[in-house]
Design a protein around this ligand. Structure first.
Ligand code: PHE
Length: 350
């Protein structure tokens, strides 16, 4: 029996030495090895319990107590080591050499690609910057005032209808239905002259092959002394030619928008059939890309511009429409599926 107690004491010393070593670098893997070799099924402690069976009955309690003490002290130390391991391993991970993100990729990793709408937007902005325009931004969630009232759209106008407009719970707020809200924000901020373009998302309750609930527009606003409809035509013709090429014609059709007078819809000769007539242009040879016109005096009044002194024009074109034309896409909805295989096939248009 003396030998078993001695043995337990010797094992305690051995364990303390081994555990001390692990304590220097308390990694989970080392701690697990230590635990298995001492507390595991074939571990040192179980062997001691085996030996206990051959100890005299009278002396067994004392010997058993010594072994239990040893087991408790081993368990305590293993648990302490496990706690140390958490902090130690985090520190070790952080001190490792960081990943060098400037190294070239190994293997066939994809580079990603730009969305056709992004490609078209960059092209448009490039064209407008070249013409001296400033790029503007405005809120997608806006108040009725900027999206409707200040744009001379009266209370009962069908554009305000719930069937067209996404209103927020508080009916004073809505998802803008066009980028024309930016006209108001910009003119309230700037004194004339103004020469700006603003691309952005717009929202309407609509969904078919040529309409999606969210789409993109680019708004253009010019205000100065002596601005006339011929300036509007000149700018539109010039930027469409720089985007789609010199051989495509543009055409203006009289149309009504409450915030312009006169107003016109703008058509571009079909890029697919070049005016001959095809399925995409419903055999007319022309495709509608947006609205335009001379800014209405009532709009100037709501931003306190003097309409005796200043005139201006504005137009709003569909970026997605232009992307469809540029790439010859039959269905607008495909662009918003987020299918990488579909979206990664578009090269820079021009
Ligand atoms: N905001 C109009 C629309 O979305 C387009 C437009 C803009 C018309 C500017 C005239 C002037 O339909």
């Amino acid at each position: 029996m003396a030998s078993l107690i001695d043995n337990a004491r010797k094992l305690q010393e051995e364990f303390t030495a081994e555990a001390g070593k692990v304590r220097e670098t308390p990694r989970s893997s080392l701690i697990e090895e230590l635990r298995v070799s001492w507390l595991g099924r074939k571990g040192a402690l179980n062997k001691l319990y085996e030996d206990l069976k051959s100890v005299d009955k009278a002396e067994r309690p004392e010997a058993g107590k010594a072994i239990n003490q040893l087991r408790q002290s081993i368990e305590k130390e293993v648990n302490e080591l496990k706690e140390l391991a958490v902090g130690f391993e985090i520190k070790e991970k952080l001190s490792r050499t960081p990943v060098d993100i400037s190294l070239p990729l190994k293997g066939e990793l994809s580079q990603g690609s730009l969305h056709p709408v992004t490609l078209m937007r960059s092209l448009l902005l490039k064209a407008f910057r070249r013409l001296g325009f400033t790029v503007y931004d405005g809120p997608e969630v806006d108040q009725d005032f900027y999206n409707f009232s200040a744009l001379n759209i009266p209370e009962h106008h069908p554009a305000r209808d719930m069937q067209d407009t996404f209103f927020l719970k508080d009916k004073n707020f809505l998802l803008r239905t066009h980028t024309s809200n930016i006209q108001i924000h910009a003119m309230l901020q700037e004194k004339p002259p103004v020469r700006l373009v603003a691309p952005g998302r717009v929202y309407r309750v609509d969904n078919d092959a040529t309409h999606t609930p969210m789409f993109h527009q680019i708004e253009c606003v010019v205000v100065d002394r002596g601005i006339s409809f011929s300036h509007l035509k000149g700018i539109i013709d010039s930027f469409l030619k720089s985007v789609f090429g010199n051989d495509l014609q543009t055409r203006f059709r009289p149309s009504f928008f409450p915030f312009v007078e006169p107003g016109a819809e703008v058509d571009l000769q079909c890029t697919i059939c070049r005016g001959k007539g095809c399925r995409v242009c419903s055999h007319t040879g022309w495709l509608e890309i947006g609205g335009s016109g001379m800014i209405h005096p009532n709009v100037f009044e709501s931003v306190q511009y003097d309409s005796e002194d200043y005139t201006g024009f504005a137009f709003g074109f569909g970026i997605d429409r232009m992307a469809m034309l540029a790439y010859g896409l039959p269905d607008l909805r495909q662009m918003f599926t987020g299918d990488y295989r579909y979206l990664s096939q578009f090269p820079i248009y021009r």
